[in-house]
Design a protein around this ligand. Structure first.
Ligand code: TXA
Ligand code: MG
Length: 311
C-alpha cells in the first residue's frame, strides 16, 4: 500500500474522512502525539490498527470524538466527568468511563471491557477530521508497538509507511506527550497514566488529590515497563556524557540536544519524542540529563523510565 501524505486543508480532511469511512487507517495530528485512526465502529478497521502497529495483544484503544455531547452518547456520565470535561475538553485528557448498552463500538476498541477511554482532542485538524467523519475514531499513538511515539508526520512514516492509507501532515504536535488518563469507574477518580495535562492542574479542578493506580488495572502498552523505546540503550539522570554516548540535555546540562536550555518543562515535553527520534538515528547509547519530577516533568520521567527499561 502506498501511504499518502495529505494536507490539513478542506480537501485533505475530506479525503482522510472518506478513507476512514472505507475502513482504512489514517494517521492524524492531535495536540499530544499523532494518532493512528480507524473507524471505532468497524471491527475490521480496528483490527488493522493492531496489525499495523505490531501490537502483540488486543489492548483497548482511546476513542476520539468531536465534542462532549458525542462522548456522552457512549458512556454513563457523572458529576466528576462533567467537572473534568468542562474544565479540560477539548484538551490532553482522556477519561475512562462505563460504557452504555448498545454503544456500537467495536469490541476490539474496548478489549471487551465494560469501560471505554474517550477524549476530545483540541488540535484543529483532529477536530475538523472528527467533525467531518461524524463518528468515533479509535486511535493509539502512531508508532510501531513499543517504540518512540510520533510527534511529526515524518516519524509516522518512518514507522508505518506502506502499512496505512494516509497521514494528515500538520507539522509537530504542540504538547508532545500522550494525554493524561483518569479513570472514573470506581468511587474515586484515579490517575491511570501521567501525560500532557499535569496532575496538579487536575487536582485543582477536582479540589482534592487523585487516587493512584493500584496496578490491578488492565495492562496496556503505556503501562508496560519497556515502552517508548529507542533502538539503543538509555541511561537516566546522567550528569555528563560518557565516551561513545550521545546525550539528551536539560537546563544547564547541555548535551548534544537540549530539551529546554531554560529548564522549561512545557518546551521539554514538546521536544522529547522528536529529540529521542533524532538521537536514536545516531545508533549510540543515549544518556539523559535529570528532569525535575513536578508538573509535566512527571510524565516526561515516566516516558524516559520506560524508554530505559530492560527490554
Ligand atoms: O494522547 C493520546 O492519548 C494519544 C493520542 C493519539 O490521542 N493516544 C494514545 O493511545 O496514547 P495509546 O493506545 O497509545 O494508549 C491508550 C491507553 C492504553 O495504554 C490504556 O492504558 C488506556 O489507554 N486505556 C484504553 N482503554 C482503557 C480502559 N477501558 N481502561 C483503562 N485504560 C484504558
Ligand atoms: Mg502509545
Amino acid at each position: 500500500m502506498k501511504t499518502r501524505r495529505l494536507s490539513p486543508n478542506t480537501g485533505g480532511i475530506e479525503e482522510a474522512a472518506a478513507l476512514l469511512r472505507q475502513g482504512l487507517l489514517v494517521s492524524f495530528p492531535t495536540e499530544t502525539v499523532y494518532g493512528l485512526g480507524a473507524d471505532a465502529c468497524n471491527g475490521t478497521a480496528v483490527a488493522q490498527v493492531f496489525e499495523a502497529k505490531g501490537r502483540p495483544t488486543f489492548n483497548p484503544l482511546i476513542v476520539h470524538v468531536a465534542d462532549i455531547a458525542q462522548a456522552r452518547s457512549y458512556v454513563h456520565w457523572s458529576d466528576v466527568a462533567e467537572v473534568l470535561a468542562s474544565a479540560f475538553w477539548p484538551g490532553p485528557l482522556t477519561l475512562v468511563l462505563p460504557l452504555k448498552d448498545g454503544h456500537g463500538l467495536s469490541g476490539l476498541v474496548t478489549a471487551g471491557l465494560d469501560t471505554v477511554a474517550i477524549r476530545v482532542p483540541a488540535h484543529p485538524t483532529a477536530h475538523a477530521l472528527l467533525q467531518n467523519f461524524d463518528g468515533p475514531v479509535a486511535a493509539p499513538s502512531a508508532n510501531p508497538s513499543g517504540r518512540i511515539s510520533a510527534t511529526t508526520a515524518d516519524h509516522v512514516l518512518s514507522g508505518l509507511d506502506g502499512k496505512i492509507a494516509a497521514v494528515l501532515d500538520d507539522g509537530p504536535c504542540p504538547v508532545g506527550l500522550e494525554s493524561t488518563i483518569v479513570g472514573l469507574v470506581g468511587p474515586e477518580p484515579v490517575l491511570l497514566r501521567a501525560g500532557g495535562l499535569p496532575e496538579e492542574v487536575i487536582e485543582q479542578a477536582l479540589g482534592h488529590p487523585l487516587g493512584q493506580a493500584t496496578g490491578s488495572e488492565i495492562t496496556a502498552p503505556g503501562q508496560l515497563t519497556s515502552h517508548y523505546a529507542p533502538g539503543a540503550t538509555v541511561r537516566l539522570n546522567a550528569k555528563n556524557r560518557r565516551p561513545g554516548e550521545v546525550m539528551l540535555g536539560f537546563g544547564a546540562v547541555a548535551g548534544d540536544l537540549n530539551l529546554s536550555p531554560t529548564g522549561d518543562l512545557t518546551e521539554a515535553a514538546a521536544n522529547l519524542f522528536e529529540f529521542l527520534h533524532q538521537l536514536d538515528a545516531r545508533q549510540l547509547p543515549i544518556a539523559v540529563a535529570p528532569i525535575p519530577n513536578t508538573g509535566l516533568g512527571r510524565a516526561i520521567n515516566d516516558r524516559l523510565k520506560r524508554a530505559a527499561a530492560p527490554r
